[in-house]
Design a protein. Structure first.
Length: 651
């Protein structure tokens, strides 16, 4: 069964017939030797008889040739023009690209030749070269010369070139440069919807759910909130338009693919931007004036870096996931523990496979993917019983946990203003080893949250701006997961600003100012730990919600720490905890180190842990601290811890 040609194919075949007959009968192209290196007259006759778009007079009837062929071309052209209003793939493409009548005819000719090898042989005959199977610029000028249009249909600023529907060879003499149909356009005309392989990585097409609607092209700038919320606004603005969502293309080939794909599907191009558009991207948006572009970014884009086309700006005020979003993603009401935006909720839903029982795991995974390279995750294992502190200090820590746990009631239900934010900043200050890190772990465990101990060696960078970028990742990611951020040795980051004497001072002060801004806007719990509160910049102290001073433990507290430092399974013999607590005024950190050191000495000797091993372990701790060993402290163990030195002196 012979397929009925579409009007665009019939027009192309008629144009080719006219040129072939003019060459053969009118201009008398002579026969040549070297079979296979040229297209013979017999071959032309055979091709003309098989072209599907021809049903006119026999090519042997050549007089009056020009008038008859012109009338046939006019008839086909009228049918073709009328067909541009139908719903065929070619007509829809011509409307999407906003081609004029002549540009549509050129596209029809180029496409018909590219899609049919018989037409390519005929084109080689017309152009008198087997090396020119596609129509050249000179060929276009010849075929459309009676209309006075020439090759303008594929000029650099033509609609076909702006829409990336036709490619023109970029080298060789101008006249012999061939016009080609991009592969993606050929597949489209044959009914295949596979995406262009040259699209930027991650590009995706969202097809319309109903009958597509048309609208005037333009540029819309959408900023604020999160990516998913911005996409939701775009969907609401054009509910019946398909969308091509992609990052800004980085190469000319990727830009051509984006414009071509959007033209083929009559799609809105949504460019997701992390930064402003560069000059090439702005030129790409301006050049594709037949398309609608949406520039989507979290922050406002500078006016001078926006395209020159008329545009509309829209701000997405809030991206917090609403009750219907939670219901759709996980089938549950919003969990007050997690303040997620729509994009984060979508990612958590994917990570948990929609299982609400895995919500906590999904949120931790959401944060961990970014934070694990800048902070150490600590899963709390110790509780209030492990924390040996004065009663008042312990109550302060319980109040800190209560502030975080009940902020939804105070700021939400009761209406207290959350200014500058509902976040909590706590300052733990005191000598090293007094329990600041342990207290942070206990508070996080009481709240059921993970503790992330920020690694300052990975955060602080000598390169200008890198420290702020790393801190931005930490705060942005932590905001999603409702976790505890712990900055140990915080004065390294939150130290006092100094007078500016050189560029180093200036940028160090900028880092401190940036940290202050992030703390004021952060909605979670941040704990700062320092050995000396006086080193913290006063501006941070104003933002502190809870300040806890950790002191060296007194004798009863030291005894409790000594007792708790020996596990129930550890073999101990003759330990005098009262002696240790009374004689050694040391911190809990030193006590735990000495306990561990004594355990290794006993394990190596194959015996129980005794006072002798503890005394020797304390000796090593004193050596680390540069602290003198006195007879008043070590008492009856003084000779033991000084035995090695006495032997060395005797030698």
């Amino acid at each position: 069964m012979i397929a009925i040609p579409e009007p665009w194919e019939a027009l192309a075949d008629t144009l080719l017939q006219r040129e072939a007959l003019l060459c053969r009968l009118g201009e008398g192209v002579p026969p040549r030797d070297f079979a296979g290196m040229y297209i013979s007259v017999d071959e032309v006759d055979r091709v003309l008889r098989t072209l599907p778009g021809l049903d006119g007079p026999s090519p042997e009837v050549a007089v009056p040739l020009q008038d008859r062929l012109s009338r046939e071309v006019s008839r086909r052209r009228e049918l073709f023009t009328a067909s541009l209003a139908d719903s065929s793939r070619f007509a829809s493409l011509a409307r999407s690209a906003r081609l004029d009548g002549y540009e549509a005819e050129v596209l029809a000719l180029v496409a018909a030749i590219d899609l049919n090898p018989q037409r390519q042989r005929l084109m080689s005959y017309v152009q008198d070269s087997v090396q020119l199977p596609r129509v050249t610029l000179a060929g276009l000028h010849r075929i459309f010369t009676e209309d006075g249009l020439g090759a303008q249909g594929v000029a650099p600023d033509s609609g076909l070139r702006r829409a990336e529907l036709v490619e023109v060879d970029g080298s060789g003499p101008w006249a012999t440069r061939m016009c080609a149909l991009p592969s993606r356009v050929a597949w489209h005309l044959r009914g295949d919807q596979s995406l262009d392989p040259d699209l930027p990585p991650g590009a995706r097409v969202i097809r319309p759910s109903g009958s597509a609607e048309s609208s005037s092209p333009g540029v819309v700038v959408v900023h604020g909130a999160d990516r998913e919320s911005r996409l939701r606004l775009i969907e609401g603005r054009w509910p019946l338009r398909g969308r091509l969502v992609t990052t800004a293309p980085a190469t000319p080939g990727a830009w051509a693919a984006v414009i071509r794909e959007a033209t083929l599907g009559d799609l809105i191009v949504v460019l997701e931007l992390d930064a402003s558009l560069d000059a090439d991207s702005r030129a790409g948006v301006d050049r594709a004036g037949h398309l609608t572009f949406v520039l989507s970014s979290q922050r406002e884009l500078p006016l001078e870096l926006l395209p020159d086309r008329p545009r509309t700006e829209v701000t997405v005020a809030s991206g917090d996931a609403a009750a219907e979003d939670w219901e759709h993603a996980l089938g549950i009401a919003p969990d007050p523990r997690y303040r997620l935006n729509r994009d984060q909720l979508r990612l958590v839903s994917i990570a948990t496979r929609g299982d609400p029982d895995l919500l906590g795991q999904g949120v931790r995974r959401l944060a961990g993917g970014h934070l694990d390279r800048l902070a150490l995750r600590v899963s709390p294992r110790r509780n209030w019983d492990d924390l040996i502190l004065a009663h008042d200090q312990k109550e302060q820590l319980r109040e800190l946990a209560a502030r975080h746990r009940r902020r939804g009631v105070v700021f939400g239900e009761w209406g207290f203003p959350a200014f500058p934010s509902s976040g909590i900043v706590a300052l733990f200050s005191g000598p090293s080893g007094t329990g600041k890190t342990l207290a942070a772990e206990v508070v996080a465990g009481d709240l059921g949250l993970d503790l992330y101990k920020v690694d300052l060696s990975l955060v602080v960078s000598k390169y200008i701006g890198e420290t702020e970028k790393n801190l931005s990742v930490i705060f942005d990611t932590a905001a999603a997961g409702d976790l505890v951020l712990f900055f140990d040795e915080a004065d390294a980051l939150f130290g006092r600003r100094s007078e500016v004497s050189d560029a180093h001072d200036r940028y160090a002060n900028i880092e401190v100012a940036y940290l202050l801004q992030r703390l004021e806007s952060y909605e979670g719990l941040v704990i700062l730990a320092t050995n000396l509160q006086g080193n913290i910049d006063p501006a941070f102290l104003r933002r502190i919600s809870v300040a806890v001073e950790f002191a060296v433990p007194d004798q009863p507290q030291r005894r409790a720490i000594w007792q708790r430092s020996f596990p129930d399974n550890a073999p101990v013999q003759g330990l005098d905890l009262d002696f240790l607590a009374h004689n050694f005024k040391i911190t809990g950190g030193v006590i735990r180190n000495a306990t561990l050191g004594a355990a290794f000495l006993a394990a190596e000797a194959g015996m129980a842990i005794t006072m002798e091993q503890v005394a020797l372990a304390l000796k090593r701790e004193f050596q680390k601290l540069g602290r003198l060993r006195t007879e008043a402290e070590f008492d009856r163990y003084f000779d033991l811890v000084n035995r090695d030195e006495d032997v060395a002196s005797a030698r």
